[in-house]
Design a protein around this ligand. Structure first.
Ligand code: SF4
Ligand code: SF4
Length: 221
């Protein structure tokens, strides 16, 4: 842990030991406007979670419209979804009495916090967020063991494909003529976030959807 790359974010070796104990203060879930990503895989899991718990959920769009808002990443039209916030302290919409109400299906970023993973050519690079110093106490454990528990194989496969496809999709979006921009964004929304069968495995659908999105965007150019 020696190189500062972003404010309060440091690279972490896979075998480095850290101490961390969550006391459930809820501090990391407040003041989070436009900062907690709800990725496609998170949305799929959340839709299934709410459906299993009796909420009326037909498709992933139901989750996105109720709990998330789009945030533009690039002027080409590439956007992501972030969890909505509420109240004067911009608390996450799922925070109630300092507790996360979707503990079993919370997004990847929340599950691995204060660690995060970035794909590299040979695997993943870990990072540690030190913005909340009060939870770095208690028993020490290796970053690798923490991530093994909270960063699943499905998360890894998803993140790899998501990272690989971001630049090609953005490049294509940039080349779309103005008069076809709307059609391109509808395709983007459909294949990145909507066109998923909750009763079928996620990754196969995501792989096919990314291919359909790339082909569809090429046709619009
Ligand atoms: S992870 Fe840290 S900031 Fe977040 S609830 Fe736990 S102790 Fe509080
Ligand atoms: S989903 Fe849960 S853990 Fe994540 S920011 Fe919201 S309340 Fe906190």
């Amino acid at each position: 842990m020696n190189e500062l790359i972003l404010k309060n974010i440091y690279p972490l070796e896979w075998n480095e030991r850290i101490t961390f104990t969550c006391c459930g203060c809820g501090s990391c879930c407040r003041h989070v406007k436009e900062s907690v990503p709800l990725e496609t895989l998170d949305t799929y899991r959340l839709a299934k979670h709410f459906r299993e718990h009796g909420e009326s959920v037909v498709c992933m769009d139901d989750i996105l419209s109720r709990y998330a808002e789009p945030v533009l990443l690039d002027e080409c039209g590439y956007f992501v979804y972030m969890l909505k916030t509420t109240g004067p302290d911009d608390a996450c919409i799922f925070l109630k009495d300092n507790r996360c109400t979707i503990q079993a299906a919370k997004p990847r970023a929340c599950r691995t916090y204060p660690l995060s993973a970035e794909p590299t050519e040979t695997g993943f690079r870990y990072h540690l967020c030190t913005e909340k110093p009060h939870h770095f106490q208690g028993k020490a454990f290796k970053a690798r063991d923490f991530m093994k528990r909270y960063f699943t194989r499905e998360d890894q496969n998803f993140i790899n494909l998501d990272f690989q496809s971001t630049v090609p999709i953005a490049d294509l979006l940039r080349q779309i003529p103005e008069k076809r921009k709307k059609a391109a964004l509808i395709l983007f929304l459909r294949y990145k976030y909507s066109d998923f069968d909750l009763d079928m495995p996620f990754m196969e659908q995501y792989e096919k959807n990314i291919q359909k999105l790339l082909s569809g965007l090429k046709e619009l150019i």
